[in-house]
Design a protein around this ligand. Structure first.
Ligand SMILES: Cc1ncc(C[n+]2csc(CCOP(=O)(O)OP(=O)(O)O)c2C)c(N)n1
Ligand SMILES: [Mg+2]
Length: 322
């Protein structure tokens, strides 16, 4: 933990609705040209948009080899080349941004949608309703995905939301509720939603999932629910166990599944070991991506000193480490 910069959004096994972000064919499934924007729980999304376990772990450890070169941290992973717009620490802020990205797709007459994800806690925010209004008014190709894991920060959905039927809370925007722990259900509902969004405009998907852990390091996750509830969820709904069961039923040999699991654990362990050895970003990168043209201004730092930030083109060392 001591190695990780910023707030750790735990890499929950079930926090990303199974099956959503990466499908290549046919065209009605999500493609890499379809945009994705999400909450601060962005680690798995990064993996589905060109990221590796190594660059994800590097980012968590604040290393220069990270997805955002070690200066973004847990909640700020992006990949512009793969149309992944983050990753954002501000709850709900991805919702209007997602509507904006969908606007860009429509404006450029691209056959693509923007998948815009938010949590059940964020679903009560005012900015969501402004974004839904414009998305509906302009028939933007946006799939709004409410990742309903039933809990917010130190609280439960029933304490925070008058209605927890999040798929109905788009008023004039239609919604579907699906089991977010069922990879095939998510695939199917996403396929439908993409076609709908392209033909008619925005749609809401509420994907029912579950958060095994507390919200973050300061939330033990046990003050607003029982341990029994968590155990029952793990035993009956875990998305990975369900896929395993499906594979076994389809005749995949158990030893093949075991080998895959072993290989994946090794890949993660190796990536962690490598990431820990990687260099930290140099201090000169501090101002990168903060100002479009930082050389043209002078800044006063917290110590009252005046500094002139260096322009991005001076960061030759970036290429050396990248
Ligand atoms: C605008 C804003 N308000 C408050 C916070 C603090 N905060 C971080 S996460 C969170 C709860 C979000 O719950 P939910 O949307 O359900 O997401 P989950 O953690 O369940 O994935 C809060 C209140 C924040 N980051 N941004
Ligand atoms: Mg939640």
């Amino acid at each position: 933990m001591g190695n990780i910069w910023g707030c750790l959004a735990p890499w929950h096994r079930s926090s990303l609705p199974a099956g959503l972000p990466h499908c290549n064919t046919p065209r009605s499934l999500l493609q890499i040209n379809d945009s994705l924007i999400t909450t601060y729980r962005d680690h798995c999304h990064n993996l589905t948009r060109g990221g590796s376990v190594f660059d994800t772990m590097s980012e968590l450890f604040g290393r220069a080899t990270g997805t955002t070169r070690g200066i973004g941290g847990s909640m700020h992973m992006y990949n512009k080349a793969e149309n992944f717009y983050g990753g954002n620490g501000i709850v709900g802020s991805g919702i209007p941004n997602g509507a904006g990205i969908a606007f860009a797709h429509k404006y450029r007459m691209e056959p693509n949608v923007c998948v815009t994800m938010y949590g059940d806690g964020a679903a009560n925010q005012g900015q969501k309703y402004e974004a839904l209004n414009l998305a509906a008014l302009w028939e933007l190709p946006c799939i709004f995905v409410c990742e309903n894991n039933h809990y917010g920060m130190g609280t439960a959905e029933w304490r925070a939301a008058k209605s927890s039927q999040f798929f109905t809370r788009g008023d004039y925007i239609p919604g579907i509720k699906a089991d977010g722990m069922d990879v095939l259900a998510v695939k199917q509902v996403t396929q439908f939603a993409k076609q709908y969004a392209l033909d008619k405009g925005p749609i809401i998907l509420e994907l029912d999932t579950y958060r095994y852990h507390g919200h973050s390091m300061s939330d033990p996750g046990s003050t607003y629910r029982t341990r029994d509830e968590i155990n029952v969820m793990r035993q009956s709904r875990d998305p990975i166990d369900r896929v395993k069961k499906l594979l076994l039923e389809a005749g995949v040999p158990p030893e093949d599944i075991k080998k895959t699991e072993k290989d994946m654990k090794k890949e993660v362990d190796d990536a962690i070991a490598e990431a820990k050895k990687a260099p930290e970003p140099p201090l000169t990168w501090m101002w990168r991506n903060v100002y479009a043209n930082p050389a043209s201004c002078t800044l006063r730092d917290v110590g009252g000193r005046y500094v002139t930030p260096v322009h991005d083109s001076h960061y030759k060392d970036l290429q050396q480490i990248a």
